[in-house]
Design a protein around this ligand. Sequence first.
Ligand code: AMP
Length: 403
Amino acid sequence: MTTPTRVLVLNSGSSSVKYQLLDMRDTSRLAVGLVERIGEDTSRLKHTPLAVEGAETREFEGPIADHAAALAAVAAELAKDGLGLDSPELAAVGHRVVHGGKYFTVPTVIDDAVLKEIKRLIPVAPLHNPANVMGIEVAMELRPDLPQVAVFDTSFHTTMPESAARYAIDVATADEHRIHRYGFHGTSHAYVSRETAKLLGKAPAEVNVIVLHLGNGASASAVRGGRCVDTSMGLTPLEGLVMGTRSGDIDPAVIFHLNRVAGMDIDTIDALLNKKSGMIGLCGDNDMREITRRMNEGDDSARLAFEIYVHRLKKYIGAYSAVLGHVDALTFTAGVGENSTAVREAAVAGLEGFGLAVDPVLNETRADGARLISPPAARVAVAVVPTDEELEIATSAYALVRG
Ligand code: AMP
């Protein structure tokens, strides 16, 4: 009998499912794909079979009613290439679960009790956990015999000390309502901080790293010897850095003001801060390519948005330098961090006093893998490390089921 070596990674959002099938013998991708606009008439499935030589991406547009139908469609596409979910080579399904609260500190095999706890966390993650639960339930129905593993965005941050994880509000109220700084993007921060240590030729336990995960959502973390000691997102992914559409840090009194003086209700304010703020609120664009292009053509609002974005980054770099005391590396990752030379250059500019500098040629040089962009003699390494949350999820799930 063959030893199963494949892991299906599922990232279920409220109206989408992203997936990758990996072969863990060499961590190669056998298939990748995405179902979007679930529940609409114009749902779309895009499937790329990478294991089949010469096979092309297949796209399908039409109504996909719910997550069950979406996963059935994915299973059908995989089956066409001989990669069906009924394959004995499948070892596990790894699910990205956004909120694991304080409870889930490591990837966990899902049983009824685990599923119940993930559901219990829905009040603190109303946008994400219900979709994750749907993905898990559907996958469990499709292959009840297969281990389903939850890998939580919050787990990596559960090592934060109370001094960083607790808001300075009434303790009884905070505890009753589970108001706590949980942090997110943990799978990425874990993977990228470990890869940074590898790049420096050291063990994770030997290095202190500041990770800047700058995508459409963005967060910073301070990682001491492989353990997270602070991160910029909090109870929800709204806190911290300026993001594509989220404000990041603001005075909470802005909310009272918008309610009492501007007459906005809570849902309107929620949408304003989560969906119409950040870069899109400041300049009308949330794609850093477009923002830098406009800025270079002399557009003032794009320039100001860029400056606000970078100013916030610098504040977090400074804060986390102080939190860590000694910093070995500052690492950029995710869409903006991996690609925007302008953001990297501006974020580090003027921080020579912190031992930070970027070599302009290394910063401009495009490359696929992890690389250093600081001058060779720099006191603190500055790195670009492509994140790979799917690989991290698959690796964790596989390690767990292989024992
Ligand atoms: P992510 O959420 O990690 O997929 O990042 C998406 C964001 O990355 C986009 O909204 C862009 O702002 C940014 N991005 C992607 N490619 C580039 C690029 N070549 N230059 C600058 N920003 C980029």
